[in-house]
Design a protein. Structure first.
Length: 277
């Protein structure tokens, strides 16, 4: 059994609107997975089902061998942490420190353990220098790292990031990549939903494509981002480096910049008889 399983899951809101329709996903412990698709595809509802922010109206969601049915969101969130797209939906305390230590204190951990987890979370996210600041005095892009720190401090096995690059600049995206890499090295299961295909291709080894409330493809970035019919159905674009290589007629599996440079250089050297580009 996979660590996270969605078995033929559907979800309809009280008014009857069907947001997810027969979705089956299995995620192993330690995987890093991106879920992509246009607005309305069912991405956010799907990950909220993993965190028990929603409960399925059909099928079952199983986390570490236990169904979310009959368990509270607070119980599930000890295993599955969720970073909201809008940090203002998640921040309730008057200092960064109070916000980040709230989760582990609610888990009734010893003071020494709380300090250890909070210090690590503040350090990895770059929030240590803001620890005494009111989060609402910080820019939106920085507040997002406050909420990331708050989830990291809870030491969840699974961490879900909802559109983490929204509102971030290049430096913020680099910081996010470093955080994901370090958490992955610690064995955390990392899940994101994102419209940023470059971020997805650079940081995730598995991509699940959703369209019209269903999963339509599940594969590696290379498999997904060079499957033109799937991208067209999901109304997605390739990462820009893939588009450049595609326009140049280079073989179809490039998703990252270093690959593109290598492939373009090889093509140039071949066309010029070995002259250096």
């Amino acid at each position: 059994m996979a660590y996270i399983e969605l078995n033929n899951v559907s979800f309809a809101y009280p008014g009857g609107f069907l947001a997810v329709d027969g979705v089956s996903i299995a995620i192993e412990r330690g995987e890093n997975v991106a879920i992509v698709g246009q607005n309305g595809a069912g991405k956010t509802t799907t990950v909220k089902l993993m965190n028990a922010l929603h409960y399925p109206t059909g099928g079952d969601v199983v986390i570490d061998g236990m169904s979310t049915k009959g368990r509270t969101t607070a119980q599930v969130s000890r295993t599955v942490g969720y970073v909201f797209q809008n940090p203002d939906d998640q921040i309730f305390h008057s200092t960064v420190l109070a916000e980040v230590e709230f989760g582990p204190r609610m888990m009734k951990l010893p003071d020494e353990k709380v300090k250890e987890l909070v210090d690590y979370a503040l350090k990895i996210t770059g929030m240590k220098r803001f620890r005494e600041e009111n989060p609402y005095n910080l820019p939106l892009s920085v507040r997002k790292f406050v909420t990331i720190a708050a989830i990291i401090a809870m030491d969840c096995d699974v961490m879900i990031f909802d559109e983490p690059t929204a509102g971030q600049d290049y430096a913020g995206n680099r910081r996010l990549s470093r955080i994901l890499r370090e958490l992955g090295e610690k064995g955390k299961t990392l899940i994101t939903i994102s419209h940023d295909m470059v971020f997805v291709a650079d940081n995730f080894s598995r991509v699940i494509v959703m369209s019209n409330k269903k999963v339509i493809m599940d594969g590696t970035p290379k498999e997904v981002f060079w499957n033109m019919p799937i991208l067209e159905e999901a109304m997605l674009k390739q990462p820009y480096v893939s588009r450049v290589c595609n326009a140049l007629g280079l073989s179809g599996d490039v998703t990252q910049m270093d690959e593109a440079v290598e492939r373009i250089t090889a093509a140039w050297n071949k066309s010029t008889g070995g002259e250096k580009a």
